[in-house]
Structures are given as C-alpha cells and as structure tokens.
Design a protein around this ligand. Structure first.
Ligand code: GUN
Ligand code: FE
Length: 482
C-alpha cells in the first residue's frame, strides 16, 4: 500500500517536474524570441537613422534655424562703391535682421557663431542667370549669341517639357547654387509652367530668395520651343504661384528678349506686370548682331529699350532688371537711369559669347543701379567670385583698348556690385547695417593658405582670384544654410 502510494506520488512528482521543465523551456524560448525581435527592431532603427543622416548630408548641408544670435568675425562690406569697410567685432541678429554692430559681445546669453579671424561678406546677389542652362556650363562657347541660342540653348531648354528631366537637373542646380556664395538670385526658367513651378518649390525648400520667370517667347523660335497661348500660360503661372503662397520665391515677368516676343505679347505682358504688380527681367543691347535684328523688327524705335518701354516693361513703378547693356547708346542709358532700371552686368558671359566689353565702370561711378549676373550658361560658372574677377579684368581691357579716359573697376567696386547694389533689388539687403536682412558668407581660406602676412583687403583679393576658395558658412536672412 505504502509502496503503491509512494510510486503514485513519485509518478506525480516526476510528471509535475516534467511539466515545470517544459514550462521553463517554453518561457526560455519565448524570452529568446522576444530578445531577438527587440534586437532586429533596434538594428532596423539604426540602419534607418544612418540612411537618413547620410541623405541629409548629401542634399542639405546641416541646416539650422536660430532666431536670435550673435556673429563674431571680420566683416567686410561696401557702404559706397569707392571703399571697402572692414570691421572686427560682433553683429547681433534678431529674427533675421541686423540689430547692431559692436566691438564687444552685445549679449553673452545668445548663441554665438564664433568666426574670430575669418572674413565675412554680405551674401552675393546674382541678378541674372538661366537655371535650365546649367547643364550647358562651359560648352558651346565657340559660338556667338544668336548661333549659340539656336544650337545649344533652345534645344536644352526644350527638354524641360519632360518633368523627370526637369526634376533631376533643377535638383542638381539648386543643390550646387546653395553651396556657392550666392544668397539671392533673379532667374530665367523655360516656357514650361510645371517645370518652372518645380524649380520654385526646390528654391523655396532651400530657403533661397529668388525671382523666377517662366520665359515668354512666341516668335523667331524653333517649332519645338515656342508658345502658342503665351499670355494665357503666363497668367496661369502667376495665379498658381499666388496659390502656393511662397515665402522665399516669387514670379517675375520674363519676355526672353525683343527678337523672341511679338508686339502683342509684349503688350499683354506689360498689362500682367501692372495687374499683378510684378517685376520684370529681360536682355538688352547684349550683342551688335542682336541690336541689328531688333532694328529690323522695330524700324520706328529710336533705340532697343523702346521695345520694352512702350509696353510698360522698363522700370519706373515696375521694378526691372535688364541683363548686359554692353552696347547701349546714350539715349538708352539716359532712360535706364531715369527709370531706375537695374543693369545685370555679366562679364563672364560677355567674354564667353564674344558679345563685347561693358562700360560697367561708368555705370557704377555715375550711380546707375548695377549688379552682377553669372548669366549661366552664356557665362561658364555660377560662382560670383569668378564674375567679380572678370568684371575687374574686362574693365582693364576696356581701359586699354576702348576708353583710356575710364579707369578699371576696383576690388571695392566689384564687391559693391555683387552685394550692396545687387542687394537693393531685393530690398534692405547687401550691407551689414542696422535694419538690413542678415545675408552673410564666411570665407574658408584654408585652401589658399600662405605664410605671408596679408591685410584683410589683400585676403579678399586673393580669395577672388583663387579658384580653390570655398565658403565655410552661409546665412540667408538669418537662416543658417550650412
Ligand atoms: N538673349 C536671349 N536669350 C538669351 C540667353 O538665354 N542668354 C543670353 N546670354 N542672352 C540671351
Ligand atoms: Fe541671359
């Protein structure tokens, strides 16, 4: 009996201990599975984070937004064209606006960007460039303007009817523009509304201020690149821009140039500029062949600019920028000055397309509104330091060969055009002055290092003349792009 009980008990004990064992085993398995799941989740999170950070580095250089801050460095700007202003100290920025310059830190509790021994310039302003021509930089330059347009420019621009092509090229353009010293730009796109809006979306995303024009052209253009209902397209484009409520980019009326735009279309564009209170951009007196063509098309005008002025597309209450003005006669210059029209001086383009040598020195010294333009891809580079260098060098050639009474453009005049004067197209922009918007670039001179001691002005001059120069940091209205 006892033995029987014992055996039963024993059997029960064995059974229950086997149950316990299998329970422990299954618990163990569950725990291992749980740990494995957690490890896999952590691994996925790490991989995602690495990929996101990698992409961020590739496309966007470490964007950072700080409301109020102080910047320390050596600030160089131009109150006037004739002299560089060089000041070491601190600039206080509130909400993107310059509040003060001081020799000591005005507010120790704010974030300090310390660029102690670095040169800091106002952001550079590109008053004239063609974004869709970016793939053509540095090619086709054995041709002159009109042949270059027909053989290189129109075929390239026509490709932007394809949004996939437009997206990949405009992304590259905007990313590359963001890396340069340019903080604001006035840009030609193409005749295509959708692609132009896409370009505007990309610039807006990067927080780069820009005027962007859907190009207008309805005559003397190839069949594959010409508008049928130009004014209607242009108004649709403007309406869509208004709907998108952009903060950084805005539309600008853009007749390509008189040879490409019929009188009736010019008239409609003038009405649209007035109706929507928009600015205007175009080309003027760039090359002698172009001027001859305009004379044939409009024999009753006294000079080229009348073909814009007669339709309300030439300054006064309509803010206007005209690229080039290399060969403008005196009456045209008088009207440019009287109407406050901005000249976008594009010396790289004027040499690359053999257009001529602008009297830019005279424009600067006589108080015209004159800024600089890269005119990509008539000009071979987006880099406005390159454009500054050409403005100086080309004016020397003009002084030697064309007009010995006019000296060459100086370093301060080149910077003045690229910052102060160009900036005034955008408002209170282009100098480090109270109430101005804080656009600034910090120069990285590490690649042009030298053991000689240089003055600040010499450091700037070397930077302009040296291809290896890079930008270390860039602010647009207080927003730090990198
Ligand atoms: N005139 C008309 N179109 C153009 C253009 O795309 N570039 C230049 N430089 N001049 C022009
Ligand atoms: Fe141009």
């Amino acid at each position: 009996m006892f033995e029987q009980n014992f055996n039963e008990n024993n059997n029960n004990i064995i059974a229950s201990s086997e149950n316990d064992k299998s329970e422990i085993k299954s618990k163990k398995i569950k725990r291992i599975i749980l740990i494995l799941v957690i490890l896999v989740v952590i691994l996925i999170l790490i991989i995602t984070l690495v990929l996101v950070l990698k992409n961020k580095d590739k496309d966007e250089p470490n964007r950072e937004t700080v409301q109020d801050f102080v910047v320390k460095g050596i600030f160089i700007d131009t109150e006037n064209f004739d002299k560089l202003r060089i000041r070491k100290g601190f600039i206080l920025v509130e909400n993107g606006i310059i509040k003060s310059f001081k020799e000591t830190n005005p507010n120790e509790s704010l974030k300090l960007y310390d660029y102690s021994d670095k040169l800091i310039l106002p952001g550079l302003i590109d008053l004239h460039l063609h974004a869709p021509q970016y793939p053509n930089c540095g090619i086709g330059l054995d041709l002159k303007l009109l042949d270059w347009l027909n053989n290189y420019t129109f075929p390239e621009e026509s490709k932007y009817s394809n949004l996939t092509y437009a997206k990949k090229n405009y992304e590259l353009f905007v990313n590359d523009l963001a890396k340069t010293g340019t903080t604001r730009a006035v840009i030609f796109a193409t005749i295509h509304n959708e692609a132009t809006l896409l370009l505007m979306d990309l610039l807006e995303e990067k927080k780069i201020f820009a005027y962007v024009g859907k190009v207008s052209m309805d005559r003397n253009s190839p069949d594959y690149y010409i508008e049928a209902n130009g004014a209607e397209n242009t108004e649709k484009f403007i309406e869509e821009c208004l709907k998108r409520n952009y903060q950084y980019v805005q539309p600008i009326i853009t007749p390509r140039f008189t040879p490409s735009v019929s009188d009736s279309y010019m008239e409609e564009l003038g009405l649209l500029a007035k109706k929507y209170n928009l600015s205007v951009q175009s080309h003027l007196s760039e090359s002698k062949f172009e001027i001859e063509l305009v004379k044939e098309l409009r024999p009753n005008d006294s000079f080229y600019a009348e073909s814009y002025d007669k339709y309300g597309l030439f300054g006064k209450e309509i803010k206007t920028v005209m690229a080039h003005c290399v060969h403008s006669p005196d009456e045209e210059n008088d009207l440019i000055k009287k109407n406050g029209v901005f000249i976008a001086h594009c010396p790289t383009s004027n040499l690359d397309l053999s257009s001529g040598i602008s009297p830019a020195k005279k424009y600067v010294n006589q108080g015209y509104n004159i800024g600089l333009g890269s005119d990509v891809s008539g000009g071979h580079s987006l880099d406005l330091f390159e454009v500054m260098k050409y403005s100086i060098e080309m004016s020397k050639l003009r002084n030697i060969y064309i007009d010995t009474s006019q000296e060459h453009i100086t370093l301060s005049e080149a910077l003045y055009m690229a910052t102060n004067k160009g900036g005034s197209f955008f408002g209170k922009v282009g100098i480090f002055e109270n109430d101005y918007e804080f656009d600034a670039i910090v120069l990285d001179e590490s690649l042009v290092k030298n053991y000689k001691e240089f003055t600040e002005s010499e450091r700037l001059e070397r930077f302009i003349y040296n291809k290896n120069a890079k930008i270390e940091a860039k602010f647009i209205k207080g927003n730090k792009l990198f």
